[in-house]
Structures are given as structure tokens and as C-alpha cells.
Design a binder for this molecule. Sequence first.
Ligand SMILES: [Zn+2]
Length: 324
Amino acid sequence: MNEDNLPPIDVHVHLIGNGLAGSGCRLRMRWWHAPFLQMMAWDIGLKISSADPRFDAAYVARLRQWLGQSSLGAVVLLASDETYSVHGEKRSDLTALYVPNEYVFEVCRSDRRLLPGISIHPARADALAELDRGVERGAALLKLLPCTHMVDPNDRRYLRFWERMAELGLPLLAHTGGEFSLPNYRPDLQTPACLQLPLECGVKVIAAHCGSRALPWDHDYFGVFRRMQDQYPNLYGDLAALSQPAHLSTLAQLRKAPIRILHGTDYPVVTSAVWSRLRGWLDRATLQRIRAERNPLERKVELTRALGFPDRVFREAWSVLRRG
Ligand SMILES: [Zn+2]
């Protein structure tokens, strides 16, 4: 496929909601998240409390507005399933963020530039049926956070699920590395090494954040990610969230060899250019230009370009995503 004529794409944008007006979402944050939530809300220009029934609609309206004013042609909008036990029992008590596939489809129907990213815990009794249904309705990828959803992708109980994903040509976007915003029930599943089974089944896997740290004292799995990329041509990484001090060593290595790397923001996570400036990667004028950009989607596009990533990182996703 010739990707040159296709518009830039952001593969990692979150849909969030409190469900108070019927979206079906649930959001349960710890008290220490409040200041960070506030910062994100301010950054994306949302002046409404996350406990307000109008929040869900305002979040979508704001996102569509930013997208319309950006140079992006599309973004993948992500669902987030409930946490389940390996035996398939739903653990709503452990689910901090629930965004149903149904709601993602509903929002994406209103705008062709929003591509649905579904989320299905493979331990669910109806996992395979839901997977087929999601693909029929136009899913572009499937998102999971192994450490938060408590999914060990290497568990052979999920073999059929990965095989079906490979058959359907649906890629897996899996969180790797440190996780800051959501609970880490299985920190042992932060390593990209847990993605071996789906990779061997032939699923195209995007390791979100390339195994990077979230906080300076986190373990860094970037080396594991790179070694696995040598072994698996179907392993990709994304740039989502990568702009903070804990990410600089990963960014330094990615800049040198941007192999199968896809652009993404992790919206509404805040993108900051100041650390790249302190590292000497940006001149002052570039820093000022990026800081002056109010549009959070476009700010990340500008940072990705200013860090010298090739144009390919904005378009390669078109050959990875399932296109209905
Ligand atoms: Zn994310």
C-alpha cells in the first residue's frame, strides 16, 4: 500500500467519561490523581468538572474541535474494558476506567476521522463473539493494558483469541512499561516480553510507549522492546505520552533508529517540549513555537517533527490498522 498520500494519524487517543448522562463509562480515580486530572483538563481546554453529567459530551466535542484544527487526518479512539479474573469473573471493583465498545462506536459514527479502538478482555466468556462483532462494526485495533486489566497475553488460555485476531487482521495495542494513571495489579506484565504469544500467532502488536518508564524509578523495558523487534517483524511501538523527563532515554534511542514506530499522543496526557529543549534537542525558537500551540494534538505532532522523526511515523499506521 502506498501510504504517502494518506494523512497523518494518531494511534493513541483516549475516550473518557463518567457515565452520568448514559454513556456507560465509569471513572474512578484516587484522590492523588485529582491534580493531574485537573492539569489534563486544563491542557485540553475543558472547563467542566469530571463529576459533571455534561462532561462526556463536552470531552467528545472538545476532541473533535482539536482534531478539526489539527494537521491530523484521523485518530484512533480507545475503549477500555473491565478488569476480569483469569476465570472470566468481572472485577468491576478493580476497574478504575471503563469505556464500553458500544460508546466508542457511537462516538466514532458521528465523525469519520475517529477510528474505533475496541477493548475486550480475552478471559470473558463472550470474548470471541465480541471480537467478531467489533470487527464487523469497523474496529481498527484492540487495546489492552495487561498490567491493569490483569491479562497475561502469554497465557495459553488466550491462544484462540490471538489466532482469531490474526485471522481478522486486527492489531493489538498493548500498554508496556510504567503505568501512572491507572492501577498496576500485575507490574510483572509491564514488560513487552509478555506479548510473545500474540506475536507468534501473527498478530501485529503495537507496544504502547515502547516499554518506557513512566516515573524515574520505574524499570526500563526499552531494551527488551528493541530486542523483540529484531525477532518479530510484526512488533511496532508508539510515541504515546513520551515527552517527560522519565522518557528521555527512550526518546534518544528512538530518534536514532525510528524503526516501526507510530505517532501517538495518549491524549489527554499532557505533551511537554521543555524537557527536550533542556536535553539540547530543540532550539529556543522551536520550543517557543511548540509551547505556544494550544491544540494538544497538534503540539505533539510538532514535537514529533521537531525531534526529527521521519514522516513515515505519521503514516505507517495505515498499513497496520484494520481498515473496514
Ligand atoms: Zn494510553
